[in-house]
Design a protein around this ligand. Structure first.
Ligand code: AP5
Length: 191
């Protein structure tokens, strides 16, 4: 299956993508993790994006699209994947549509993890002490990431709803419970 996980920072995309990837036996592709790996290795892409990420802004569309296009061409993606954190703008969503169309493929579903803002702030503030992530380091940057989500990424809910792909999943509760809800939503559309 080819699945996109959509949701604000702290909604549990990474947590659920890992669990769903295990259950569905497909790779978990996190754009944030890929970018942090580049930053960690200190390569030119990492140097290019590190300040943007630390501020909580989005990396330019063309940079992320090129990175993801390369990853999707890897052999382990043939049977499907879970995309976590990509696409994040309408431009990226259109680029993904084109990449898929070129291969005669389409997405199976877009899971939108729904979590209220107070809980997102609580989770991200809790995580800040242990994540070591620059973009978790201050309350202002966390709030900015949430604002960026509202402005740039939330429109994707309407984009994928119009495409008949959006499945809303309540992201509050125990992680296993959220996974069960996501799997039930996916079963409801399995073709
Ligand atoms: P990215 O790495 O994607 O981070 P994010 O969207 O800010 O999301 P988080 O990792 O903070 O949260 P999550 O939803 O994955 O939740 P998690 O499972 O970790 O992106 C980072 C940056 O990279 C972006 O800001 C941007 O700069 C750049 N970037 C990435 N992709 C890009 C793109 N496509 N275009 C442009 N720029 C891009 O959980 C959060 C916490 O909550 C954890 O502590 C977890 O243990 C806890 N938790 C999870 N589930 C539950 C639960 N059910 N109950 C209680 N706690 C829970």
């Amino acid at each position: 299956m080819r699945i996109v996980l959509l949701g604000p920072p702290g909604s549990g995309k990474g947590t659920q993508a890992t669990r769903l990837a295990d259950r569905l036996v497909v790779p978990h592709l996190s754009s944030g993790e890929l970018l942090r790996t580049h930053i960690g290795t200190g390569d030119s892409l990492g140097e290019l994006v590190k300040d943007t990420i630390a501020r909580g802004d989005l990396v330019p569309d063309e940079v992320v699209v090129e990175m993801i296009a390369k990853r999707l061409a890897d052999p382990d993606c043939v049977q499907g994947y879970i995309l976590d954190g990509f696409p994040r703008t309408v431009v990226q969503a259109r680029a993904l549509d084109e990449l898929l169309a070129d291969r005669g493929q389409r997405l199976d579903a877009v899971l939108s993890l729904e979590v209220e803002t107070a809980e997102l702030l609580r989770r991200l503030t809790d995580r800040a002490a242990r994540s070591g992530r620059d973009d978790d380091a201050s309350r202002q940057v966390i709030q900015h990431r949430l604002d960026v989500f509202s402005e740039r990424t939330r429109p994707l809910q309407a984009y994928y709803e119009a495409a008949g792909l959006l499945l809303r999943v309540d992201g509050i509760g125990a992680t296993e419970q959220v996974t069960d809800r996501a799997l039930a939503a996916l079963r409801s559309v399995a073709r």
